[in-house]
Design a protein around this ligand. Structure first.
Ligand code: URA
Length: 202
């Protein structure tokens, strides 16, 4: 039986040459995901942005830095988790000669979700964390409402025994002043719940 690490590496190699949607034409790197293939916790975002596309690593831009700071604050280490996205290649449109990130199209998600599903089958996490509404709508239920449902536990989901959705750090970064601090605090609260779910600390 191959180990989780071997299975993940074989999957990654296949994903690196994927041309199943248009995003493969404009990408610099496939941002497959990274971390411990036997992690208890998997974090899933929407898709790579500019810095992720340049480096081939998920959540390394401004949103990634905020996520990493909050993870550290609540006592979770990035390298102990597995972090990935719904789509593995950057979705962007050219506006005035510059590429601007855009949400991936339904057809792109449809073509790409096999990679995420295979990753989740290999890892079989105890806790799945959906970062932002798109991941929650795909993995928890259609039409997920972040304002009402973030921070709530979903149990016995197809991908993990416990799952939760948290605010996307890019959304938090678009806020200012008190609003920024309030939204950041919600992310701290929700990721604290995630850490406690594993240690079952009160
Ligand atoms: N936003 C995401 O959803 N994923 C990343 O990897 C980076 C930013």
């Amino acid at each position: 039986m191959p180990s989780a690490a071997e299975e993940m590496e074989a999957l990654r190699r296949r994903a690196l040459s994927c041309t199943d949607c248009e995003l493969s034409r404009t990408r610099t790197h496939v941002v497959f995901g990274e971390g411990d293939p036997e992690a208890d916790i998997v974090l899933v975002g929407e898709g790579p942005g500019e810095w992720e596309d340049r480096t081939g690593r998920p959540f390394v831009g401004r949103a990634g830095k905020l996520l990493e700071a909050v993870l550290r604050e609540v006592g979770l280490k990035r390298e102990e988790l597995y972090i990935t996205n719904i789509v593995k290649c950057r979705a962007a449109t050219e506006v005035g000669g510059r590429l601007r990130n855009r949400p991936p199209r339904a057809s792109e998600v449809k073509a790409c979700r096999k990679w995420l599903e295979a990753q989740l089958r290999i890892i079989r996490p105890k806790v799945l964390v959906c970062i932002g509404g798109p991941a929650a709508s795909l993995l928890l239920h259609k039409g997920f409402k972040m304002t009402e449902e973030r921070g709530r536990w979903f149990t016995d989901t197809p991908y993990a025994p416990s799952a939760i959705a948290v605010l996307h750090p890019a959304y938090i970064l678009r806020k200012e002043g008190e609003d920024f601090l309030r939204a950041r605090e919600l992310l701290v609260e929700d990721l604290t719940k995630v850490r406690r779910r594993l240690t079952e600390e009160p």
